[in-house]
Each structure stands twice: as structure tokens, then as C-alpha cells.
Design a protein around this ligand. Structure first.
Ligand code: CS2
Length: 496
């Protein structure tokens, strides 16, 4: 019996017919852009759009994929010459394609030096990034650089050996200024509102702290477009890797799995050449704001709601949570009654149809998105997904009884993980320790717990936290979510 082969450039010509492969000559690509954070999302999104573009209009834009955090890429994507299988899955449907747009990978987890060399190279004209919400080291409630963040403190003291995203990007810009002076576009693809503005803020503030005149150079030579990105692409599991082997007969250590839907709306604000991702279905616009509000408040808002309430209801995945009749009715009513009225008109999109399309996407049983994965870093997500619409509703004098339930859901998720409440689920959130300390000190008194958590002003802006309607709604939902019948909060939300 032949040994199972691993995906690499030599296997491309011999892939089974069911697997699509790059139609362009990969050997003549050279690096033109870099991407920071080569995870499942990048492999299902920017790298796929770029792969489409390379097949449609051959250009030189190969991607240099850089990880500054685990996992290491060398033994997976690196060993496969940058190739990987992208599966599109929807219930029983599977579509497989090998993506060829990543031409080189760089591991820079132990030292920033390899990332800096790549980012400072004159060949690189554009940097895209998916570094997660917390990667920007900003204060969620204000969008400003968190100067007390341990990595920022470290990087300001050691600017040549940075470890944060703002520190690394600022150092790379400084190196570009010193060596060749070529312009750079820095395109954030993370789910934070006005992501380009936040990225620009943190880089500018970092450069200001350095105080060597870099801010003026950056203002003249770098741009920070905002973008709305969308495709559900959960963390890859061993089952996904095994499926490729079973279905197609080869091993691939870098498989990525996504849903059919994808969207990319990009602000037209490039410092240099513009990759024609529009030819592959992306949209270039003057203002991304209406699109990002729609996506973060509806699709992401629904995901966060289903994730935290789903965990409290003992449900594993998004599709399990939305199959629950109570949660499904709740999330749709929340979106239609409270979220939609906060949205600006979005060119070419009908909000109600978007809600139903989004909820339909969440029912896809082949996308095994764990509620705990989505609940990860909730403190970095609730501002744009839930608190901003709540603030808009309060300004309109309108009800917030439904939107307050998932905010309390985020609180309950972290409170219940504390030693005192002892649910024992592992949580990953920069504020987990703080909320656990509040829970340990406060015990079972829901209004006191809610009040102490609402006082965290880096998440809850003080005006919002002082609003009595919101305080009461959050405290009362929290009391029920912490009880033996957590779904009472959901039922009562619906009775209002
Ligand atoms: C998810 C997102 O984990 C999460 O926070 O809500 O990754 C979501 O799947 C994407 O934004 C979809 O585009």
C-alpha cells in the first residue's frame, strides 16, 4: 500500500479531480503583501480572495504569512510550500480547493526580528492583519492605545525588540523610513469598529511616545483603511484534517474550513497599488461604517448572544444554540426589535433580509463553531456587538431589555467560571481575572456583581454604566442567569 502523501507543490498536479487547484503559475509569484496572523480566518478569507484574483488577473501579489503568536507555521503551511486545502461546508455539501496565494511563511513568535525584516522589505506594499480584537492593545471603550498594557510598556522600553502588534508595526515603519522610505498600506481585517482608525490610533500613539519625528512620516507615508470582513471559519479540528485524508486521499496539516458566504468591504484608502480584490467580489467604498455596524451588530451580535447564553444552557455549538426554540426566537426578536433600528442605511442591503440570512448561516451544522470559542475575549467584543447598539437605543429613548440579556450573559459566563462559582469551564478573556476577583469578593448578590463589573470603565463607558435603565436590566438578567434556571432571563426578556 502506498504511504499517504502530504500536500506540497509536487502533489498539485496529482490532486484528485474533486479538489480545485491554482490555475496560475505559482513559481512566478513574488511577495507583494504580508499578512499578520495566519489563522483559519485568513486562510478562508483574504488568502482566498487573493487566490481568486491571481486566477482572474495574474499579478505578482503573493502573500508572506507571518505569525507572531502560536501556532508555528513552519511544520504545517511552511512544509507544504504555503499550500493548503480550503473546504467550504454547508450541512452535507463540501467543496475543496487548494489555495496557492501564500508564497512564504515566517514564524516570529520568539523574536520580532523575522517579522520586522519582512515588514520592512521594500517589496512589501501592503500589510493585512487578523490579530484578534485584543491584538491592537487598545482600550475597548475609547479606542485609544492602552499605555498600561504590559506588552506596550515592554515595547516602549525596548522598541527594537517589540512583541505587541503596535510595537512591531511602528518599528517596521521606522525601519522603512530609515532604509528606503516606501509607502505602506496597513489594512486591519479584525472585527473592531473603525478598525483602520483604531490601528492608526495605536500606531500613532506608539510613535508619539517614541518621539523621534516618526508620526509625521507615518502620516505622510502610511494609510490605514478600515474594512468589514466576513466569513465564519472556526478553529480547525483534527476531524477536519482527517476528513481531507478520508475524502481526498492526502494529508494536509493546514486545512481551513469555512461557510459558503463571504464578504469584504474595504475603504478606498491605499498608500500605493491596490490589489483588485473587487474583481473577486470585494467592494471598495468611501465609508465602511454602515457595513461594519450591520455585520458586527447583527451577525456577530447574534453569535455572541448564542455563544454565552448557549454555554449557560449547556449547548456546545452555534448551531445547537440556534436550534433551541427559545434562544432562536430570542435572538431574532433582539435583532429585529432592538438592533435593526440602530443601523444606518446600508447601500444595496435590506436589513431584515440580512438578519434572516445571518441566522440561516448560523444554522449550518457543518460549521462546528464552539460556543466557548466565540465567548473567548468577550470583553473585547461586547462593545461593538452589544453596547454600542444599547447606547444608540438609550439615546433614542427606546427599549434595551433584550440586548441587555447577552451583556449579562457575558458577565455570567466569566462569573460562573470563577473559583467561587466553580462551573469549571476554561475561559480565555483579558478580563477573566478581574471578573473572577469581583465574583470572589462579592458572592451571589447580582446587583452588586453587575455594579462592580459595570464600573470597569475600559469596557463600559461611564455614561452608559450610569444609566439606570441599563443597570437594572443587566442586574436583573444577571440574577436569573446565575440561578438554577438561567433561561428564565431569556423567557423574561421575551415577555417585555
Ligand atoms: C466570531 C467571529 O469568534 C468570534 O468572535 O464571532 O470570528 C465570526 O465568526 C466572524 O466575524 C464571521 O465573519
Amino acid at each position: 500500500m502506498n504511504a499517504i502523501e502530504t500536500l506540497d507543490p509536487g502533489l498539485l498536479e496529482r490532486l484528485p479531480g474533486a479538489v480545485q487547484r491554482p490555475s496560475y503559475d505559482r513559481a512566478s509569484l513574488s511577495p507583494g503583501m504580508a499578512h499578520l496572523g495566519v489563522g483559519a480566518f485568513h486562510r478562508c478569507h483574504q488568502a482566498e480572495y487573493t487566490d481568486d484574483l491571481l486566477s482572474l488577473q495574474f499579478d505578482r501579489w503573493g502573500i508572506v504569512g507571518i505569525n507572531i503568536r502560536p501556532p508555528a507555521l513552519a511544520d504545517t503551511l511552511g512544509r507544504q510550500g504555503g499550500l493548503y486545502t480550503r473546504l467550504i461546508r454547508e450541512n452535507g455539501y463540501v467543496e475543496a480547493r487548494v489555495i496557492g496565494s501564500i508564497v512564504k511563511v515566517i514564524d516570529s513568535q520568539d523574536s520580532a526580528a523575522p517579522a520586522l525584516t519582512a515588514l520592512a522589505s521594500p517589496d512589501i506594499e501592503l500589510v493585512t492583519m487578523t490579530v484578534t480584537e485584543k491584538g491592537y492593545c487598545h482600550i475597548p471603550s475609547s479606542g485609544e492605545l492602552d499605555l498600561a498594557h504590559p506588552d506596550i510598556v515592554h515595547d516602549l522600553a525596548n522598541p527594537d525588540t517589540p512583541r505587541s502588534v503596535p510595537g512591531i508595526l511602528t518599528r517596521a515603519l521606522e525601519m522603512r523610513r530609515a532604509t528606503h522610505g516606501r509607502k505602506l498600506t496597513l489594512l486591519s481585517c479584525d472585527n473592531i469598529p473603525t478598525n483602520g482608525v483604531i490601528l492608526e490610533n495605536v500606531v500613532r500613539s506608539f510613535a508619539e511616545q517614541r518621539g523621534n519625528g516618526l508620526t509625521d512620516w507615518v502620516a505622510a507615508n502610511a494609510t490605514f483603511p478600515s474594512a468589514m470582513v466576513d466569513r465564519i471559519a472556526p478553529a480547525v479540528t483534527r476531524d477536519d484534517l482527517d476528513s481531507v485524508e478520508q475524502w481526498f486521499g492526502y494529508r494536509d496539516a493546514a486545512v481551513a474550513v469555512g461557510e459558503p458566504f463571504r464578504q469584504w468591504v474595504i475603504e478606498k484608502k491605499f498608500a500605493g497599488r491596490v490589489p483588485r480584490w473587487d474583481l473577486a467580489g470585494a467592494t471598495f467604498v468611501d465609508d465602511v461604517t454602515p457595513f461594519e455596524h450591520l455585520k458586527m451588530r447583527v451577525l456577530n451580535g447574534a453569535q455572541t448572544t448564542l455563544a454565552t447564553l448557549g454555554v449557560l444552557a449547556g449547548l456546545e455549538h452555534t448551531f445547537d444554540a440556534i436550534a433551541d426554540p427559545l434562544l432562536s426566537v430570542f435572538v431574532r426578536r433582539m435583532l429585529v426589535e432592538e438592533t435593526l433600528p440602530t443601523l444606518m442605511p446600508v447601500p444595496g442591503m435590506e436589513p431584515l433580509a440580512y438578519v434572516d440570512q445571518s441566522l440561516g448561516r448560523l444554522r449550518n451544522t457543518a460549521i462546528r463553531h464552539r460556543n466557548h470559542q466565540i465567548a473567548t475575549d468577550g470583553s473585547q467584543k461586547i462593545v461593538q456587538r452589544l453596547l454600542n447598539p444599547i447606547r444608540d437605543r438609550l439615546n433614542q429613548g427606546a427599549s434595551i431589555g433584550l440586548l441587555s440579556v447577552p451583556v449579562a450573559g457575558w458577565m455570567a459566563y466569566l462569573i460562573l467560571a470563577s473559583a467561587r462559582f466553580g462551573k469549571g469551564w476554561p475561559v480565555s478573556d483579558p478580563y477573566a481575572g478581574k471578573v473572577a476577583a469581583i465574583a470572589d469578593a462579592t458572592g451571589n448578590d447580582a446587583p452588586a456583581l453587575a455594579s462592580a463589573i459595570l464600573a470597569i470603565d475600559t469596557i463600559f463607558d461611564p455614561d452608559l454604566a450610569a444609566n439606570e435603565t441599563f443597570r437594572q436590566a443587566a442586574a436583573s438578567a444577571l440574577g436569573e442567569l446565575l440561578s438554577d434556571d438561567p433561561m428564565a432571563a431569556v423567557r423574561h426578556g421575551l415577555e417585555q
